[in-house]
Write a protein of this length. Structure first.
Length: 511
């Protein structure tokens, strides 16, 4: 079924920020749009707010006044639900309540042509359940935009059990024609983004619960080392803890209490206290006027090291070698599969998911210091370290001094399995792999969705390829052994890929 063209009328039900934004997207693509809201005057207010937003673009020279006027002229108020009967596609963006959506779609089905496509912008409800009361459920699907709809590129095209594949292809093509990055997904709890993103918050909350570090330091690590635009705590404060906690609880309940999605007691406490983040003035951070955010914990300057032995032939080892050369260090090289930096007193290694203390004991290496993953060690401004309990102060000082010589700020967290970025990225990849393994979507859809929907610097499955799936599997297995919780079980797809010597992509890439 071909994509809709400009001759097709689009209707949007619900004129809040999301509905008005979707109407703007469709009108920008040249469609005539009908905007309906059950609240008197709400549709006109939605159009007026859109006009105000576009006026700012005109002021900045990013849009001409003529284009602005033409776009607004294409959006018209539907005075009643009956007025949308001429639409080829009707997109619902109303309250997230199943019975209300079912009632609306039953009304639309009676009013509209038999070939009209009905779409829900739901972020959490089952498309199959919404369509269960319809006479033509094959014409219903999910069209999940992300806020703000005119800016965010992603659209999740969600097929319910009865959705006609041709309808899904039509909406996919239409979203693409509208300049969006569309991905197909099966109607399962959380779809792609709201499912795969859970570990980004959950692992940070677990780190905080176990006293590994404070929110400011963990946020700084995720930004500086991982390339994320925001750290998990500042992002939860922005989203609102009531919303973030509700989504996690909804996904947890929908998956019949799967421990992988267990909500955090720390976040529940914030919600119970009314500390909802920015909108309430307080969350993990204080948003009162003149309140200062605590700085990330950064180590004081230590003496540098004069000579190191760099072990390993990985890309990380090569990058560290180049940085050490630029810093003028005297370097000896040893070939090995595992990366290590040896100083007079310290053995410094990349985390493999074990606590440093446990790894030091198992490998009989007392002065062991672990460093965390980075998206790019050449450009990242910060490195995160943790020390085994057996390690001497001199060993830790030498590890800190070494990375400072490479021009890095150094942060230190308490000894915790998998550290910060490594465990988070591996868990994101694990959840993405499980979505693929459970036939929710394709590999590429996971990475497109997480980059375009929540601005991840790299898709989690492409990132896993770059780390090396054997190391990802090792980290996940070590996390599972450390916690003895089903939450850290490894996706069968990762196990299968490692056993067959394959990656998610034919070539490991960050693109």
């Amino acid at each position: 079924m071909p994509a809709l063209d400009r001759s097709n009328i689009i209707a949007v039900i619900g004129a809040g920020a999301m509905g008005a934004g979707i109407a703007q997207v469709a009108a920008s693509a040249g469609h005539d749009v009908l905007l309906f809201d059950a609240v008197d005057g709400a549709a006109q207010r939605g159009i007026d707010n859109t006009a105000k937003g576009l006026a700012k673009l005109v002021e900045r020279g990013r849009m001409t006044q003529q284009d602005c006027d033409a776009l607004i002229a294409r959006i018209n108020v539907a005075q009643s639900l009956t007025d949308v009967s001429s639409a080829s596609l009707v997109i619902e963006a109303i309250v997230e309540q199943l019975d209300i959506k079912q009632t609306l779609f039953c009304q639309l089905e009676d009013l509209c042509r038999e070939d009209t496509i009905l779409a829900s912008n739901t972020s959490s409800l089952s498309i199959t359940a919404i369509g269960s009361t319809l006479k033509r459920p094959e014409r219903l699907l999910g069209m999940h935009f992300f806020n703000p709809a005119p800016v965010m590129k992603l659209v999740e095209v969600i097929s319910g059990l009865a959705t006609d594949p041709g309808v899904a292809e039509c909406v996919f093509g239409t979203a693409t024609r509208w300049g969006k990055l569309a991905v197909h997904a099966r109607s399962t709890p959380g779809f792609i983004v709201n499912r795969v993103a859970r570990p980004f918050y959950a692992e940070a909350l677990r780190l905080l619960q176990e006293g590994a570090g404070d929110p400011s330091t963990i946020d700084a690590v995720m930004r500086d080392c991982g390339g994320f635009r925001m750290g998990p705590f500042e992002l939860m404060d922005l989203i609102g803890h009531d919303v973030n906690y509700a989504v996690t609880s909804s996904v947890h309940s929908a998956y019949f209490g799967d421990p992988r999605f267990t909500p955090s007691l720390i976040q529940k406490e914030l919600v119970d206290a009314g500390y909802l983040g920015r909108k309430s003035g307080r969350g993990f951070y204080d948003y009162a006027d003149n309140a200062e955010r605590p700085a990330a914990s950064t180590c004081d300057q230590r003496d540098g090291v004069e000579q190191i032995t760099l072990v390993g032939n990985s890309q990380i080892a090569e990058t560290l070698f180049e940085l050490a050369q630029q810093a003028g260090l005297n370097i000896q090289r040893e070939d090995d599969n595992e990366t290590a930096i040896i100083t007079d007193n310290a053995t410094i290694q990349l985390t493999d998911g074990r606590m440093a203390t446990v790894r030091a004991f198992e490998e009989d290496t007392d002065d062991l210091i672990l460093f965390d993953l980075a998206l790019d060690f050449a450009s990242c401004p910060r490195v995160l370290l943790s020390a085994a309990d057996q390690a001497s102060p001199q060993a830790l000082d030498e590890a800190i001094g070494f990375f400072q010589q490479l021009g890095k700020q150094v942060s230190l967290i308490d000894d915790i399995a998998g550290m910060c970025l490594m465990r988070t990225v591996c868990m994101l990849a694990n959840e993405g792999a499980d979505a693929v393994n459970q036939q929710v979507c394709e590999v590429e859809a996971v990475d497109i969705a997480m980059k375009a929907g929540v601005n991840y610097p790299v898709g989690p499955l492409a990132w896993a390829d770059k780390i090396g799936l054997d190391l990802v599997l090792e980290v996940l297995d070590n996390l599972s052994q450390n916690y003895n919780e089903d939450r850290y079980r490894t996706s069968p797809l990762i196990i299968r890929k490692v056993a067959s010597g394959n990656n998610f992509y034919e070539e490991s890439r960050y693109e």
